[in-house]
Unconditional design. Structure first.
Lengths: 449, 326
C-alpha cells in the first residue's frame, strides 16, 4: 500500500509549512533517507527526507504552496499503484474522512497546471529547432514562452513567428534596454518602443527613467513581492507583539571602558583557545545572563494567564539574515564561560546566515538581545520576542565627553535600551535590572565572581 | 536539341577528345572489339586502333599501374574498370601512387589519368558487382571523385576530367547507361566542383547522388501533388564538393534529406550532413536531418531483396513527409 508523505511538524509552534521545492518528479525512484522536498517553516528552511523506499507516485502540491502540518502532500509506493486524485487531508486519517480536508487547500489544487507539452524538458532545456532558436535570438524572444507545435512540443521556426505576431510589440526589447530596465526596476510593459517594429531600445528606457523623476510616474513603477515565508512570520510576530504587549522602553548610558580593557586582555587568550575573536556581544550577553539570574521577573514568560518564571537563562541573539531575521538561542548563559559563549555564538550566527540552524537551536529563549552596535545607532525601541518579558537593544560604542568626579573626560559610551512587557513586569523591577546591568558592564570583573 | 543516352554521351566525350589530343588513350578489359562490359567503347577501336584502345590482361592492378606510369611520362590515359567493385584490386596504385606522386614530387610530376567505372545495384549482378564504394576514394587526398547523374552532365564532366591534371575517379551508374537526355553535339566542359539544382523547391532539400537523383525527382513529382515543394540538389562532384550550393539550399528550405545508394554507415551522406551542421545553415534547420542510404548488408542476388537494400522512391517520399510534417 502506498505510504503517505506529509508536511512534518518540526516545532511546537509550527502550524503551516511552505513547500519550497521538490527534489523528485512523479515516477522517480526514491530511497529511504534521500532528500525528497524542501520546506520553509516559520523558523527555518529544511530538507525533508523520504521515510520509505519506492516510487514517488503523486505530488499534490507545488512550490510556494502553504500546507498545514501533517497534511498529505504526496504518496510513495510501488510503480502503478493507485492513489487518490486529491490529497486525502491530514495524514493517518482514514479514507472516509476525505471530506474533512480543508476547503482552502482544495482551491489551491485548481491552480496546479498539468504539463502535457514537453517543450521544456526535465533538465529545463527547451526543445526547439536551430531555426526557431535563430529567430528567437534575432527577435529577443524567450523560447520558454513559446508553445511548440512540432513533435514532443518541439518549437519550430513558424511557432516563433506566430508568437511574435501574437505578442504585443511593446514586449519586444533590445538586450541592453532590458538590462537597464531590469536594473532600474522599470516595468517595460509601460514603455513604447521607437526601434524597428516598435522594439524598445535603450533610448526608450533612459527617457522613461528621466521622466520617472516626476512623482506622477512613481506609482506605476512599484515592484511587488508576495509576503511569504520568513517575511510573513516576522510580520505576524511583530504585529502580535506590538498589539498585545504594552511596550515600555528604558535607556541607559554605559561606560564601556572596563569592558574594553577586559576584552583586550581576554581576546588573545580566547583566540588561542578557540581560534575565534571575542566580541563585545559575547561580553554583553554574559553580563545579561549574569544579571538575569538574579532578576527572575525579567527572565519570565507570560503564557496565557500565567507568568512562568524560567529556571534556565537562555538568551536569544537576533541575527540579520538575507531578507529577514533569525533568533538562535544561547542556552544557560549564566553558567557558561566567555570562551564557551564565543564558540557557541559564532557558530549560531554562522548557521543562521547559512539557514542551517537546527530546530532545537531556535527554541527556548527567555530573553533576547538585539545588537545594532555595528551601525550608527545610539538607542532604539526593540520589540519584545513574545512570550518573553523583555528585550535588550545594544547601540554603538562611541567616545563621548562625560563628567567624572567634577571633570570632563572622554569615555567609550554605549546606550542600552530595554523594552519590557508592562503586563508582566513593572517599571521599577525593570529599571533595577537595567541599573544592575549597567553596573556589571562598568565593573565587568564582577563576572568572575 | 539532340537526345542521346548516358552511355553514348560518355563515348562521345572520349571520342571527341581523342580526335583532338593524341596523348589520350583508353585501356581496360575487353574494351576493343567487344566494346567493354557495358558497350561504352563499342566502335572506338575501329576509329582509333588498338594502339589507343588497348585490351589488357585481367589485372586491375596492372591496368592502374600502367596508367600511372603512362600519365607520369606525359600521356593522358583513361582506364575502364568493368565493375567499380574491382577498384579494390587497383587500390594500391590509385591510393598510394596516383593520388600522391604529384605532391611527393613537389609538382614536378603529375598523374593526369581518368578512371571510369560503373557502380551501383539494380542489374541483378549481386554482391561483388553492385557496390557503391565512392566513399573510400573520397577519403583520399589527391583524388577527384565525380558521379554524374545524366547524359548532359556525363559528357561535360568527362571532358573536364580529361582536361584535369589530377587523377579523377569517374563513377558511372549501370542503371543510367540507357537513360536519355539532351546533349549538345559539340564538345563542352562542366566545371568540376559545381553542384546542380536539378529541381527548385522551397520546403525541403534533398541532396542526392547518381541514381538517387532520379528517384528523388520522381518522389518530388509525387510530393508536389500534395503541395510539398521539394528542391533536389545533385552535387555531381563529391571531391571537390560544392558546399555553398548545398548550404544556400538548406538555408532556404530549413530541411535536409541526403540520399545515396552506398551503404548509409560511413557513407558520403554523413559528410554532407556534417558540412551543414558546421555551416551557417545550421541556424536555419527546422527539422532533424535525415540520411537515406543502403542497408549494411552485401547486395543480395534476389531482385526483390536487391531492391529492398537501397532507398526507393517510396522511402524518399516517407522521409520527406516525416521531415516536413510535424
Amino acid at each position: 500500500m502506498a505510504k503517505e508523505i506529509f508536511m512534518p511538524k518540526l516545532s511546537s509552534t509550527m502550524e503551516i509549512g511552505t513547500l519550497l521545492q521538490w527534489f523528485k518528479e512523479e515516477g522517480d525512484q526514491v530511497e529511504n533517507g534521500e532528500p525528497l522536498f524542501e520546506i520553509m517553516t516559520d523558523k527555518i528552511n529544511i530538507e525533508v527526507e523520504a521515510y520509505d523506499d519506492g516510487v514517488l507516485l503523486k505530488k499534490y502540491f507545488g512550490a510556494d504552496e502553504e500546507i498545514p502540518c501533517n497534511f498529505v502532500i504526496g504518496f510513495i509506493g510501488k510503480e502503478g499503484e493507485s492513489v487518490p486524485a486529491v490529497s486525502p487531508g491530514i495524514a493517518g486519517s482514514d479514507s472516509n474522512s476525505n471530506e474533512q480536508a480543508p476547503l482552502e487547500v482544495e482551491t489551491k489544487l485548481e491552480s496546479k497546471e498539468s504539463s502535457e507539452s514537453n517543450t521544456v524538458t526535465q533538465s529545463g532545456k527547451v526543445r526547439a529547432t536551430p531555426a526557431a532558436r535563430r529567430v528567437a535570438r534575432d527577435e529577443h524572444v524567450k523560447l520558454q514562452l513559446v508553445q511548440g507545435s512540432g513533435p514532443k512540443g518541439r518549437i519550430q521556426e513558424r511557432d516563433v513567428h506566430e508568437f511574435l505576431l501574437n505578442t504585443s510589440t511593446d514586449l519586444r526589447i533590445s538586450p541592453l534596454a532590458k538590462k537597464i530596465a531590469d536594473t532600474e526596476q522599470l516595468d517595460v510593459a509601460t514603455l513604447t518602443g521607437t526601434g524597428l517594429n516598435g522594439k524598445i531600445v535603450k533610448q526608450d528606457v533612459t527617457d522613461a527613467l528621466k521622466s520617472k523623476q516626476k512623482p506622477v510616474e512613481v506609482a506605476a513603477l512599484k515592484t511587488r513581492k508576495k509576503l511569504s515565508g520568513m517575511r510573513k512570520v516576522i510580520a505576524e510576530r511583530m504585529q502580535q507583539s506590538v498589539t498585545t504587549a504594552p511596550h515600555v522602553t528604558l535607556t541607559s548610558d554605559v561606560d564601556m571602558t572596563k569592558v574594553k580593557d577586559l576584552r583586550a586582555q581576554l581576546k588573545p587568550i580566547i583566540e588561542k583557545q578557540t581560534g575565534l575573536n571575542l566580541s563585545f556581544t559575547e561580553v554583553i550577553i554574559k553580563a545579561v545572563g549574569n544579571v538575569l539570574s538574579r532578576h527572575p521577573k525579567v527572565n519570565a514568560s507570560l503564557i496565557g494567564d500565567e507568568i512562568v518564571f524560567n529556571e534556565e537563562v537562555n538568551v536569544g541573539l537576533a541575527v540579520a539574515v538575507e531578507d529577514g531575521l533569525m533568533v538562535p538561542v544561547l542556552k544557560n548563559v549564566d553558567i557558561k564561560g566567555l570562551s564557551h559563549l564565543t564558540v557557541e555564538a559564532k557558530d549560531l550566527a554562522k548557521r543562521a546566515r547559512e539557514q542551517k540552524l537546527l530546530p532545537d537551536q531556535m527554541k527556548g529563549s527567555t530573553f533576547t538581545v538585539s545588537n545594532l552596535g555595528m551601525y550608527a545607532i545610539d538607542a532604539f525601541t526593540p520589540i519584545i520576542n513574545l512570550p518573553e518579558t523583555a528585550i535588550l537593544g545594544i547601540g554603538r560604542i562611541q567616545d563621548k565627553p562625560v563628567v567624572i568626579n567634577g571633570s570632563i573626560e572622554v569615555r567609550p559610551m554605549m546606550v542600552v535600551s530595554l523594552s519590557f512587557d508592562h503586563r508582566a513586569v513593572d517599571g521599577a523591577p525593570a529599571a533595577e535590572f537595567l541599573t544592575e546591568l549597567k553596573r556589571v558592564l562598568e565593573n565587568p570583573f564582577e563576572l568572575l565572581v | 536539341m539532340r537526345e542521346i543516352t548516358y552511355l553514348e554521351a560518355i563515348r562521345e566525350a572520349m571520342s571527341q577528345e581523342m580526335r583532338q589530343n593524341e596523348d589520350i588513350f583508353i585501356l581496360g578489359e575487353d574494351i576493343g572489339v567487344y566494346g567493354g562490359a557495358f558497350g561504352v567503347t563499342r566502335g572506338m577501336i575501329e576509329e582509333f586502333g588498338p594502339e589507343r584502345v588497348r585490351n589488357t590482361p585481367i589485372s586491375e592492378s596492372a591496368i592502374a599501374g600502367a596508367a600511372v606510369g603512362a600519365a607520369l611520362t606525359g600521356m593522358r590515359p583513361i582506364i575502364e574498370l568493368q565493375f567499380s567493385d574491382f577498384i579494390t584490386i587497383a587500390m594500391d596504385q590509385i591510393v598510394n601512387q596516383a593520388a600522391k606522386l604529384r605532391y611527393m614530387n613537389g609538382g614536378k610530376g603529375k598523374v593526369p589519368l581518368v578512371l571510369r567505372t560503373p557502380s551501383g545495384s539494380g542489374t541483378g549482378a549481386a554482391a561483388q558487382h553492385s557496390q557503391s564504394l565512392e566513399a573510400w576514394l573520397v577519403h583520399i587526398p589527391g583524388l577527384r571523385v565525380i558521379q554524374p547523374s545524366n547524359a548532359y552532365d556525363a559528357k561535360g564532366l568527362l571532358k573536364a576530367a580529361m582536361d584535369d591534371d589530377n587523377p579523377v575517379i569517374f563513377y558511372e551508374h549501370k542503371l543510367l547507361y540507357k537513360t536519355k537526355g539532351d546533349v549538345p553535339e559539340e564538345s563542352y566542359s562542366i566545371p568540376i566542383g559545381k553542384a546542380d539544382v536539378k529541381r527548385k523547391g522551397k520546403d525541403v532539400t534533398i541532396v542526392a547522388t547518381a541514381m538517387m537523383v532520379h528517384k528523388a525527382l520522381e518522389a518530388a513529382e509525387e510530393l508536389a501533388k500534395e503541395g510539398i515543394d521539394v528542391e533536389v540538389v545533385d552535387p555531381r562532384t563529391l571531391v571537390p564538393l560544392d558546399e555553398e550550393t548545398i548550404i544556400q539550399s538548406v538555408k532556404k528550405t530549413g530541411r535536409l534529406i541526403v540520399a545515396h545508394e552506398a551503404v548509409k554507415r560511413g557513407g558520403f551522406g554523413g559528410e554532407i550532413v556534417s558540412v551543414i551542421a558546421e555551416s551557417e545553415a545550421f541556424d536555419y534547420l527546422d527539422a532533424p536531418i535525415k540520411r537515406l542510404g543502403g542497408l549494411p548488408v552485401p547486395i543480395p542476388y534476389n531482385p526483390h531483396l536487391e531492391k529492398a537494400t537501397v532507398p526507393q522512391v517510396a522511402d524518399i517520399i516517407e522521409a520527406v513527409k516525416e521531415t516536413v510534417h510535424f
